[in-house]
Design a protein around this ligand. Structure first.
Ligand code: SAH
Ligand code: SF4
Length: 388
Protein backbone atom coordinates (compact mmCIF):
# COMPACT_ATOMS: atom_id res chain seq x y z
CA UNK A 1 0.00 0.00 0.00
CA UNK A 2 1.33 3.37 -0.82
CA UNK A 3 0.48 6.95 -0.35
CA UNK A 4 1.16 9.96 -2.48
CA UNK A 5 1.73 13.21 -0.77
CA UNK A 6 1.48 15.55 -3.68
CA UNK A 7 1.59 18.81 -1.86
CA UNK A 8 1.75 20.74 -5.12
CA UNK A 9 -1.97 20.14 -5.37
CA UNK A 10 -2.70 21.38 -1.88
CA UNK A 11 -4.60 24.67 -1.72
CA UNK A 12 -2.38 27.74 -1.74
CA UNK A 13 -2.24 29.50 1.60
CA UNK A 14 -3.50 32.78 0.13
CA UNK A 15 -6.47 31.08 -1.50
CA UNK A 16 -9.90 31.36 0.10
CA UNK A 17 -10.39 28.54 2.61
CA UNK A 18 -12.57 25.75 1.23
CA UNK A 19 -16.12 25.62 2.59
CA UNK A 20 -16.32 23.45 5.72
CA UNK A 21 -16.91 19.87 4.59
CA UNK A 22 -20.26 18.37 5.51
CA UNK A 23 -19.94 15.26 7.66
CA UNK A 24 -20.06 12.06 5.64
CA UNK A 25 -22.71 9.79 7.09
CA UNK A 26 -20.81 6.69 5.97
CA UNK A 27 -18.32 7.20 8.78
CA UNK A 28 -20.84 7.21 11.62
CA UNK A 29 -21.68 4.18 13.71
CA UNK A 30 -25.39 3.45 14.19
CA UNK A 31 -25.49 5.35 17.50
CA UNK A 32 -23.59 8.29 16.04
CA UNK A 33 -25.89 8.33 13.03
CA UNK A 34 -28.96 8.45 15.22
CA UNK A 35 -27.48 11.25 17.33
CA UNK A 36 -26.44 13.23 14.25
CA UNK A 37 -29.94 13.02 12.76
CA UNK A 38 -31.46 14.33 15.96
CA UNK A 39 -28.83 17.02 16.55
CA UNK A 40 -29.31 18.53 13.12
CA UNK A 41 -33.08 18.47 13.55
CA UNK A 42 -33.52 16.34 10.43
CA UNK A 43 -35.42 13.71 12.39
CA UNK A 44 -37.43 14.08 15.62
CA UNK A 45 -36.12 12.17 18.62
CA UNK A 46 -39.02 9.68 18.74
CA UNK A 47 -38.48 8.68 15.09
CA UNK A 48 -34.69 8.66 15.25
CA UNK A 49 -34.13 4.94 15.71
CA UNK A 50 -36.42 3.92 12.88
CA UNK A 51 -35.15 6.62 10.51
CA UNK A 52 -31.52 5.85 11.33
CA UNK A 53 -32.17 2.19 10.52
CA UNK A 54 -33.69 3.06 7.14
CA UNK A 55 -30.89 5.44 6.25
CA UNK A 56 -28.28 2.98 7.48
CA UNK A 57 -29.57 0.34 5.07
CA UNK A 58 -29.46 2.72 2.15
CA UNK A 59 -25.89 3.66 2.92
CA UNK A 60 -24.38 0.35 3.97
CA UNK A 61 -26.59 -2.26 2.32
CA UNK A 62 -27.44 -0.50 -0.94
CA UNK A 63 -24.33 1.69 -1.17
CA UNK A 64 -26.23 4.79 -2.31
CA UNK A 65 -24.33 8.06 -2.67
CA UNK A 66 -27.32 10.32 -3.15
CA UNK A 67 -30.07 11.01 -0.63
CA UNK A 68 -32.57 11.20 -3.49
CA UNK A 69 -32.15 7.42 -3.94
CA UNK A 70 -33.63 6.79 -0.49
CA UNK A 71 -37.10 6.08 -1.80
CA UNK A 72 -38.72 5.39 1.58
CA UNK A 73 -37.52 8.74 2.95
CA UNK A 74 -39.81 11.75 2.32
CA UNK A 75 -38.59 14.31 -0.23
CA UNK A 76 -38.32 17.07 2.42
CA UNK A 77 -36.29 14.80 4.66
CA UNK A 78 -34.04 13.90 1.72
CA UNK A 79 -33.42 17.60 1.10
CA UNK A 80 -32.72 18.25 4.77
CA UNK A 81 -30.26 15.37 4.84
CA UNK A 82 -28.49 16.64 1.75
CA UNK A 83 -28.27 20.08 3.31
CA UNK A 84 -26.58 18.81 6.47
CA UNK A 85 -24.59 15.79 5.32
CA UNK A 86 -22.88 14.16 2.39
CA UNK A 87 -22.54 10.60 1.11
CA UNK A 88 -19.97 11.47 -1.53
CA UNK A 89 -17.21 8.99 -2.29
CA UNK A 90 -13.65 10.27 -2.34
CA UNK A 91 -12.13 10.97 -5.73
CA UNK A 92 -10.46 8.02 -7.44
CA UNK A 93 -7.32 9.42 -8.98
CA UNK A 94 -6.32 6.19 -10.61
CA UNK A 95 -7.56 2.64 -11.03
CA UNK A 96 -5.54 -0.33 -12.20
CA UNK A 97 -6.42 -3.97 -12.74
CA UNK A 98 -3.81 -6.69 -12.95
CA UNK A 99 -3.98 -9.74 -15.18
CA UNK A 100 -4.38 -11.82 -12.04
CA UNK A 101 -7.39 -9.75 -10.98
CA UNK A 102 -5.66 -7.59 -8.37
CA UNK A 103 -7.23 -4.13 -8.39
CA UNK A 104 -5.69 -0.99 -7.08
CA UNK A 105 -7.22 2.42 -6.52
CA UNK A 106 -5.41 5.60 -5.70
CA UNK A 107 -7.94 7.48 -3.60
CA UNK A 108 -7.83 11.21 -2.85
CA UNK A 109 -9.56 12.09 0.40
CA UNK A 110 -8.58 15.74 0.37
CA UNK A 111 -5.98 17.82 -1.44
CA UNK A 112 -2.61 16.19 -0.81
CA UNK A 113 -4.16 13.35 1.21
CA UNK A 114 -4.06 10.24 -0.94
CA UNK A 115 -3.78 6.52 -0.26
CA UNK A 116 -3.86 3.32 -2.23
CA UNK A 117 -6.36 0.59 -1.55
CA UNK A 118 -5.66 -2.83 -3.00
CA UNK A 119 -8.05 -5.70 -3.67
CA UNK A 120 -6.35 -9.07 -3.88
CA UNK A 121 -8.50 -11.91 -5.23
CA UNK A 122 -8.00 -15.39 -3.87
CA UNK A 123 -9.02 -18.73 -5.29
CA UNK A 124 -12.73 -18.96 -5.99
CA UNK A 125 -14.64 -15.76 -5.56
CA UNK A 126 -13.13 -14.66 -2.25
CA UNK A 127 -10.70 -11.80 -1.95
CA UNK A 128 -9.14 -9.41 0.55
CA UNK A 129 -9.09 -5.66 0.59
CA UNK A 130 -6.05 -4.01 2.08
CA UNK A 131 -6.87 -0.66 3.67
CA UNK A 132 -4.80 2.19 5.09
CA UNK A 133 -5.38 3.66 8.53
CA UNK A 134 -3.06 6.67 8.40
CA UNK A 135 -1.37 8.80 5.78
CA UNK A 136 2.29 8.22 6.57
CA UNK A 137 3.56 6.57 9.75
CA UNK A 138 5.32 7.79 12.89
CA UNK A 139 7.21 4.53 13.37
CA UNK A 140 10.47 4.16 11.53
CA UNK A 141 10.84 0.47 10.81
CA UNK A 142 14.17 0.32 9.05
CA UNK A 143 13.05 -1.94 6.17
CA UNK A 144 9.81 -0.06 5.47
CA UNK A 145 9.70 2.81 3.03
CA UNK A 146 6.56 4.19 4.63
CA UNK A 147 8.58 4.68 7.79
CA UNK A 148 10.70 7.27 6.01
CA UNK A 149 7.63 9.44 5.46
CA UNK A 150 6.37 11.50 8.37
CA UNK A 151 2.80 11.11 9.54
CA UNK A 152 0.46 13.45 7.74
CA UNK A 153 -2.65 12.48 9.62
CA UNK A 154 -4.92 9.74 10.84
CA UNK A 155 -7.61 8.71 8.41
CA UNK A 156 -11.14 9.25 9.72
CA UNK A 157 -13.60 6.38 10.12
CA UNK A 158 -15.42 7.71 7.04
CA UNK A 159 -12.18 7.59 5.03
CA UNK A 160 -11.48 4.03 6.13
CA UNK A 161 -15.05 2.93 5.30
CA UNK A 162 -14.78 4.79 1.98
CA UNK A 163 -11.96 2.46 0.93
CA UNK A 164 -14.34 -0.48 1.36
CA UNK A 165 -17.12 1.36 -0.51
CA UNK A 166 -14.84 2.22 -3.41
CA UNK A 167 -13.92 -1.43 -3.76
CA UNK A 168 -17.55 -2.57 -3.60
CA UNK A 169 -18.57 0.04 -6.18
CA UNK A 170 -15.92 -1.33 -8.50
CA UNK A 171 -16.77 -4.98 -7.86
CA UNK A 172 -20.46 -4.13 -8.20
CA UNK A 173 -21.21 -5.75 -4.88
CA UNK A 174 -24.19 -3.63 -3.88
CA UNK A 175 -26.60 -4.42 -2.41
CA UNK A 176 -24.78 -6.44 0.20
CA UNK A 177 -25.25 -10.13 -0.16
CA UNK A 178 -23.90 -12.42 2.46
CA UNK A 179 -23.19 -15.32 0.16
CA UNK A 180 -20.51 -15.68 -2.45
CA UNK A 181 -18.83 -12.31 -2.15
CA UNK A 182 -15.69 -11.25 -3.83
CA UNK A 183 -14.82 -8.79 -1.09
CA UNK A 184 -14.74 -11.36 1.70
CA UNK A 185 -11.89 -10.15 3.93
CA UNK A 186 -10.41 -6.86 5.09
CA UNK A 187 -6.82 -6.43 6.25
CA UNK A 188 -5.46 -3.29 7.88
CA UNK A 189 -2.06 -3.76 6.27
CA UNK A 190 -1.92 -0.60 4.25
CA UNK A 191 -0.14 2.51 5.26
CA UNK A 192 0.07 3.52 8.89
CA UNK A 193 -0.10 1.98 12.34
CA UNK A 194 -3.76 1.13 13.02
CA UNK A 195 -3.27 0.98 16.78
CA UNK A 196 -2.22 4.63 16.78
CA UNK A 197 -5.62 5.41 15.27
CA UNK A 198 -7.70 2.93 17.22
CA UNK A 199 -10.82 5.08 17.70
CA UNK A 200 -11.34 5.51 13.97
CA UNK A 201 -10.28 1.95 13.15
CA UNK A 202 -12.70 0.57 15.78
CA UNK A 203 -15.57 2.72 14.47
CA UNK A 204 -14.85 1.66 10.91
CA UNK A 205 -14.84 -2.00 11.95
CA UNK A 206 -18.13 -1.54 13.80
CA UNK A 207 -19.63 -0.03 10.63
CA UNK A 208 -18.38 -2.60 8.14
CA UNK A 209 -19.20 -5.57 10.35
CA UNK A 210 -22.80 -4.48 11.06
CA UNK A 211 -25.18 -7.20 9.95
CA UNK A 212 -27.47 -4.84 8.11
CA UNK A 213 -24.73 -3.34 6.04
CA UNK A 214 -21.48 -4.53 4.50
CA UNK A 215 -21.81 -7.32 7.07
CA UNK A 216 -18.25 -8.59 7.04
CA UNK A 217 -17.69 -10.93 9.93
CA UNK A 218 -15.16 -9.66 12.46
CA UNK A 219 -13.31 -12.92 11.95
CA UNK A 220 -12.65 -11.80 8.42
CA UNK A 221 -11.18 -8.49 9.49
CA UNK A 222 -7.48 -8.50 10.41
CA UNK A 223 -5.59 -5.64 12.03
CA UNK A 224 -1.80 -5.65 11.62
CA UNK A 225 0.35 -3.88 14.18
CA UNK A 226 4.05 -3.40 14.71
CA UNK A 227 3.39 -4.06 18.40
CA UNK A 228 1.65 -1.25 20.27
CA UNK A 229 1.26 -3.47 23.33
CA UNK A 230 -1.08 -1.32 25.50
CA UNK A 231 -3.58 -1.14 22.63
CA UNK A 232 -3.80 -4.88 21.97
CA UNK A 233 -6.38 -5.54 24.67
CA UNK A 234 -8.54 -2.51 23.72
CA UNK A 235 -8.35 -3.62 20.08
CA UNK A 236 -9.61 -7.08 20.94
CA UNK A 237 -12.31 -5.86 23.29
CA UNK A 238 -13.58 -3.11 21.03
CA UNK A 239 -13.37 -4.82 17.66
CA UNK A 240 -13.02 -8.61 18.10
CA UNK A 241 -10.89 -8.38 14.97
CA UNK A 242 -8.23 -10.91 14.06
CA UNK A 243 -4.73 -9.88 15.07
CA UNK A 244 -1.58 -9.79 12.94
CA UNK A 245 1.79 -8.91 14.45
CA UNK A 246 4.72 -7.60 12.44
CA UNK A 247 7.37 -9.58 14.26
CA UNK A 248 10.36 -9.82 11.87
CA UNK A 249 12.88 -10.79 14.55
CA UNK A 250 13.12 -13.25 17.42
CA UNK A 251 15.46 -11.31 19.73
CA UNK A 252 15.33 -7.78 21.12
CA UNK A 253 18.65 -6.59 19.67
CA UNK A 254 17.60 -7.29 16.11
CA UNK A 255 13.98 -6.25 16.60
CA UNK A 256 15.13 -2.93 18.13
CA UNK A 257 16.91 -2.28 14.85
CA UNK A 258 14.14 -3.44 12.51
CA UNK A 259 11.10 -2.26 14.46
CA UNK A 260 12.30 0.55 16.78
CA UNK A 261 9.00 0.46 18.67
CA UNK A 262 10.47 -2.69 20.22
CA UNK A 263 12.62 -0.48 22.45
CA UNK A 264 9.44 0.76 24.06
CA UNK A 265 7.63 -2.60 24.10
CA UNK A 266 10.24 -5.37 24.03
CA UNK A 267 9.50 -8.94 22.95
CA UNK A 268 8.66 -10.23 26.40
CA UNK A 269 5.94 -7.60 26.83
CA UNK A 270 4.76 -8.06 23.26
CA UNK A 271 4.44 -11.83 23.58
CA UNK A 272 2.59 -11.46 26.90
CA UNK A 273 0.21 -8.97 25.30
CA UNK A 274 -0.43 -11.35 22.41
CA UNK A 275 -1.08 -14.30 24.70
CA UNK A 276 -3.68 -12.20 26.49
CA UNK A 277 -5.40 -11.08 23.26
CA UNK A 278 -9.15 -11.50 23.80
CA UNK A 279 -10.71 -14.49 22.07
CA UNK A 280 -7.50 -16.19 20.98
CA UNK A 281 -8.03 -19.87 20.09
CA UNK A 282 -7.12 -22.42 17.45
CA UNK A 283 -10.00 -21.12 15.37
CA UNK A 284 -8.85 -17.52 15.93
CA UNK A 285 -5.10 -17.52 15.52
CA UNK A 286 -2.68 -14.63 15.52
CA UNK A 287 -0.84 -14.10 12.24
CA UNK A 288 2.86 -13.37 12.62
CA UNK A 289 4.36 -11.43 9.74
CA UNK A 290 8.05 -12.00 9.15
CA UNK A 291 9.85 -10.13 6.38
CA UNK A 292 12.73 -12.11 4.85
CA UNK A 293 15.89 -9.99 4.92
CA UNK A 294 19.02 -11.48 3.42
CA UNK A 295 21.67 -12.31 6.03
CA UNK A 296 19.72 -10.41 8.71
CA UNK A 297 16.93 -12.63 10.06
CA UNK A 298 16.76 -15.57 7.64
CA UNK A 299 18.95 -18.33 9.10
CA UNK A 300 17.58 -21.78 10.03
CA UNK A 301 18.58 -21.00 13.63
CA UNK A 302 16.24 -18.00 13.53
CA UNK A 303 13.46 -20.16 12.12
CA UNK A 304 13.93 -22.49 15.09
CA UNK A 305 13.98 -19.51 17.44
CA UNK A 306 10.72 -18.35 15.88
CA UNK A 307 9.10 -21.72 16.53
CA UNK A 308 10.30 -21.54 20.16
CA UNK A 309 9.02 -18.01 20.59
CA UNK A 310 5.55 -18.87 19.34
CA UNK A 311 5.21 -22.02 21.40
CA UNK A 312 1.77 -22.29 22.95
CA UNK A 313 0.30 -19.41 20.94
CA UNK A 314 -2.37 -20.31 18.36
CA UNK A 315 -0.46 -18.85 15.42
CA UNK A 316 -0.10 -18.64 11.66
CA UNK A 317 3.12 -17.43 10.09
CA UNK A 318 3.36 -15.26 7.04
CA UNK A 319 6.83 -15.07 5.48
CA UNK A 320 7.04 -11.94 3.35
CA UNK A 321 9.76 -11.69 0.73
CA UNK A 322 11.32 -8.25 1.32
CA UNK A 323 10.44 -5.65 -1.30
CA UNK A 324 13.50 -3.46 -1.76
CA UNK A 325 13.27 0.28 -2.28
CA UNK A 326 15.81 2.89 -3.45
CA UNK A 327 18.34 3.62 -0.75
CA UNK A 328 17.54 0.64 1.46
CA UNK A 329 20.44 -1.29 2.95
CA UNK A 330 18.46 -4.54 2.95
CA UNK A 331 18.03 -7.20 0.30
CA UNK A 332 15.47 -9.94 -0.03
CA UNK A 333 16.61 -13.39 1.06
CA UNK A 334 17.34 -15.87 -1.76
CA UNK A 335 14.50 -18.18 -2.64
CA UNK A 336 16.27 -21.36 -1.39
CA UNK A 337 16.95 -19.58 1.92
CA UNK A 338 13.28 -18.65 2.25
CA UNK A 339 12.32 -22.24 1.45
CA UNK A 340 14.77 -23.60 4.02
CA UNK A 341 13.32 -21.22 6.58
CA UNK A 342 9.78 -22.24 5.65
CA UNK A 343 10.71 -25.93 5.87
CA UNK A 344 11.69 -25.51 9.54
CA UNK A 345 8.29 -23.90 10.17
CA UNK A 346 6.49 -26.58 8.18
CA UNK A 347 8.12 -29.30 10.25
CA UNK A 348 6.84 -27.52 13.35
CA UNK A 349 3.32 -27.65 11.93
CA UNK A 350 2.92 -24.24 10.24
CA UNK A 351 1.53 -24.81 6.72
CA UNK A 352 2.65 -22.93 3.56
CA UNK A 353 3.84 -19.75 5.18
CA UNK A 354 5.37 -18.06 2.10
CA UNK A 355 3.27 -15.37 0.42
CA UNK A 356 3.76 -15.13 -3.31
CA UNK A 357 3.63 -11.63 -4.78
CA UNK A 358 0.54 -10.76 -6.84
CA UNK A 359 -0.35 -8.29 -9.54
CA UNK A 360 3.16 -7.69 -10.76
CA UNK A 361 2.01 -6.35 -14.11
CA UNK A 362 0.17 -3.39 -12.64
CA UNK A 363 2.97 -2.71 -10.22
CA UNK A 364 5.24 -2.01 -13.15
CA UNK A 365 2.69 0.36 -14.58
CA UNK A 366 2.24 1.89 -11.19
CA UNK A 367 5.96 2.53 -10.95
CA UNK A 368 5.81 4.50 -14.15
CA UNK A 369 3.00 6.65 -12.94
CA UNK A 370 3.78 7.24 -9.32
CA UNK A 371 6.62 7.21 -6.87
CA UNK A 372 8.90 4.24 -6.51
CA UNK A 373 7.87 3.92 -2.88
CA UNK A 374 4.28 3.23 -3.83
CA UNK A 375 5.27 0.53 -6.22
CA UNK A 376 7.25 -1.21 -3.54
CA UNK A 377 4.70 -0.87 -0.79
CA UNK A 378 1.94 -2.21 -3.00
CA UNK A 379 3.99 -5.23 -3.93
CA UNK A 380 4.77 -5.81 -0.26
CA UNK A 381 1.07 -5.92 0.39
CA UNK A 382 0.27 -8.39 -2.28
CA UNK A 383 2.99 -10.59 -0.97
CA UNK A 384 1.57 -10.86 2.45
CA UNK A 385 -2.17 -10.73 2.25
CA UNK A 386 -3.83 -14.00 3.00
CA UNK A 387 -7.46 -14.90 2.59
CA UNK A 388 -9.00 -17.48 4.86
N1 SAH B 1 1.97 -0.59 10.44
C1 SAH B 1 1.38 -1.85 10.53
C2 SAH B 1 0.55 -2.22 9.32
C3 SAH B 1 1.05 -1.79 7.97
S1 SAH B 1 2.54 -2.46 7.40
C4 SAH B 1 2.45 -2.91 10.75
O1 SAH B 1 3.62 -2.59 10.70
O2 SAH B 1 2.07 -4.05 11.01
C5 SAH B 1 2.03 -4.03 6.79
C6 SAH B 1 3.20 -5.03 6.71
O3 SAH B 1 4.12 -4.67 5.66
C7 SAH B 1 4.02 -5.12 7.98
O4 SAH B 1 4.18 -6.46 8.37
C8 SAH B 1 5.33 -4.54 7.52
O5 SAH B 1 6.33 -5.00 8.34
C9 SAH B 1 5.42 -5.00 6.09
N2 SAH B 1 6.40 -4.29 5.25
C10 SAH B 1 6.74 -2.99 5.31
N3 SAH B 1 7.71 -2.70 4.38
C11 SAH B 1 7.98 -3.84 3.73
C12 SAH B 1 8.86 -4.18 2.66
N4 SAH B 1 9.66 -3.27 2.09
N5 SAH B 1 8.87 -5.46 2.23
C13 SAH B 1 8.05 -6.39 2.79
N6 SAH B 1 7.19 -6.12 3.79
C14 SAH B 1 7.15 -4.87 4.27
FE1 SF4 C 1 4.84 2.04 10.06
FE2 SF4 C 1 4.17 -0.57 9.71
FE3 SF4 C 1 5.98 0.64 8.09
FE4 SF4 C 1 6.64 0.11 10.62
S1 SF4 C 1 6.14 -1.41 9.01
S2 SF4 C 1 7.02 2.04 9.52
S3 SF4 C 1 4.69 0.48 11.66
S4 SF4 C 1 3.79 1.13 8.27
Amino acid sequence: MGVTLDLSRAPKTDAAPPPAAKPNLSGLTRDQLRAALVETGVVPEDKARMRASQIWRWIHHHGVTDFAQMTNVAKEAQAALAEAFTLARPEIVERQVSKDGTRKWLVRFAPGIEAETVYIPDVGRAGALCVSSQVGCTLNCSFCHTGTQTLVRNLTAAEIVAQVQVCRDDLEEWPSDKEDRRLSNIVFMGMGEPLYNLDNVADAIEIISDNEGVALSRRRITVSTSGVVPQLDPLGKRTAAMLAISLHATNDDLRNELVPLNKKYPLEQLMAGIRAYPGLSNARRVTFEYVMLKGVNDSPAEAKALVQLLKGIPAKINLIPFNPWPGTKYECSDWPTIERFAAVLNRAGYASPIRTPRGRDILAACGQLKSESEKIRASALRAMVQVD
